[in-house]
Design a protein around this ligand. Structure first.
Ligand SMILES: Cc1ncc(COP(=O)(O)O)c(C=O)c1O
Length: 378
């Protein structure tokens, strides 16, 4: 009887709906206006839109991983504390295991940070334009977001930033260095000044730090409210594994471990990450290749009618001078090259972002771009 009543009640609720996608249950009021974070995936030959590594992981790592997978006891939950992985990361960075928190991509690190330190009644500060997920996840937690502005060249006026932080009194202040999508490396003095001004936690997202010549890692200590977030998705050629981590004070790592879901980090990625750390030299060699290519791509772009922004990352932001950014993006897609279309994003009017690829991919991109730009007289 019960189930019959449920069914007829459900069909009443369904009756007035125009389509299957019309919600039967409304989402939280504060989420109604939020849109998810998406990157258009178009099936083309040269994909330079999501800042992945152009090179696969070392073949030996793949073999070792296959052997390690055969040894996993699938009946059992994985090591909840991911101790072997966190110890290997800690050893690499010269910190204690208690200073490392690992999660499913740095996005989950950011989410766990914000679940722990943001939330209703608290404020998060970002300096725009920057990685959209900082403000997006902060809003998902119910926090208020105060968006500080960068200058037109995307550098940060640290005095303006300091005043904003003094006014907003944020629980979390975000920096991103090198910044996505601009590529700019934050000045070390900016991080220091914001750390001394900040009322809460300062998070430096360093997803691309290995491509730059400065990192905030040296500033991490148990007496400083600073967390530095890293990922295996870029340098380590392991975006498919979804593995990221942070280096921060012991008290912060302990707090995050209380908030994150139990056994959130599966056995496969724990072992994949640990084994990857045996290949630091190979990864450093790849970083050097990518950095050399970045310089070449930036130089070539500098010879075209586009504004190029200096980059310390594995991508370059540029703005075509005489054609709408979206038209250039479409022209590139038509020629088999996908870059990130930021041209309609707030504060990035007309801009496109290209990931550094292999020399062959970059040549395809540069050739296609020349071709598209040639459609307009100089
Ligand atoms: C600045 C920044 N932080 C974090 C991430 C997320 O990386 P992950 O793949 O580790 O979740 C990205 C990915 O593009 C990024 O650009």
């Amino acid at each position: 009887m019960d189930s019959v009543a449920n069914v007829s009640e459900r069909s009443e609720r369904t009756a007035g709906r125009a389509s299957a996608s019309e919600p039967m249950v409304p989402v939280r009021d504060d989420l109604q206006a939020l849109r998810g974070y998406h990157s258009a995936q178009v099936d083309v030959e040269v994909r330079l839109n999501t800042n992945e590594s152009p090179y696969p992981p070392p073949a030996r790592w793949e073999d070792e991983l296959a052997a390690a997978l055969a040894a996993i006891d699938w009946r059992r939950y994985p090591d909840r504390a991911a101790t072997a992985l966190r110890s290997a990361i800690a050893e690499w960075h010269g910190v204690a295991t208690a200073n490392v928190f690992a999660a499913n991509g740095s996005n989950e690190v950011l989410q766990t940070l914000l679940l722990t330190y943001a939330g209703p009644g608290r404020t998060v500060v970002t300096f725009e334009p920057t990685y959209q997920l900082h403000s997006h996840i902060a809003r998902l937690t119910g926090a208020a977001v105060v968006e500080g502005e960068r200058r037109a060249d995307f550098t940060l006026d640290v005095d303006v930033a300091e005043r904003l932080v003094a006014e907003a009194r944020p629980a979390v202040t975000f920096l991103c260095s090198p910044n996505n999508p601009t590529g700019l490396v934050e000045d070390p003095s900016t991080v220091r000044q914001l750390l001394s001004a900040a009322t809460g936690l300062v998070v430096v997202d360093e997803a691309y730090a290995q491509f730059a010549d400065w990192s905030a890692l040296d500033l991490v200590s148990d007496d400083v409210p600073l967390a530095v977030v890293r990922t295996f998705s870029k340098t380590w050629s392991m975006a498919a594994a979804r593995l990221g981590y942070l280096i921060g004070p012991t008290w912060l790592v302990e707090a995050l471990q209380e908030v994150v879901l139990p056994y959130h980090l599966d056995a496969v990625k724990q072992v994949a990450g640990r084994l990857a750390l045996d290949y630091v030299d190979e990864m450093d060699a790849r970083v050097k290749l990518v950095v050399a290519e970045r310089e070449r791509v930036s130089e070539e772009l500098g010879r075209m009618p586009v504004d190029v922004f200096p980059s310390g990352a594995n991508f370059v932001l540029f703005r075509p001078r005489h054609l709408p950014g979206h038209d250039v993006w479409q022209g590139l897609v038509d020629r088999g090259v996908l870059v990130r279309d930021c041209s309609r994003w707030s504060r990035l009017d007309g801009c496109l972002r290209v990931t550094v690829g292999t020399p062959e991919e970059d040549d395809r991109f540069l050739g296609a771009l020349r071709d598209v730009l040639d459609t307009v007289p100089a």
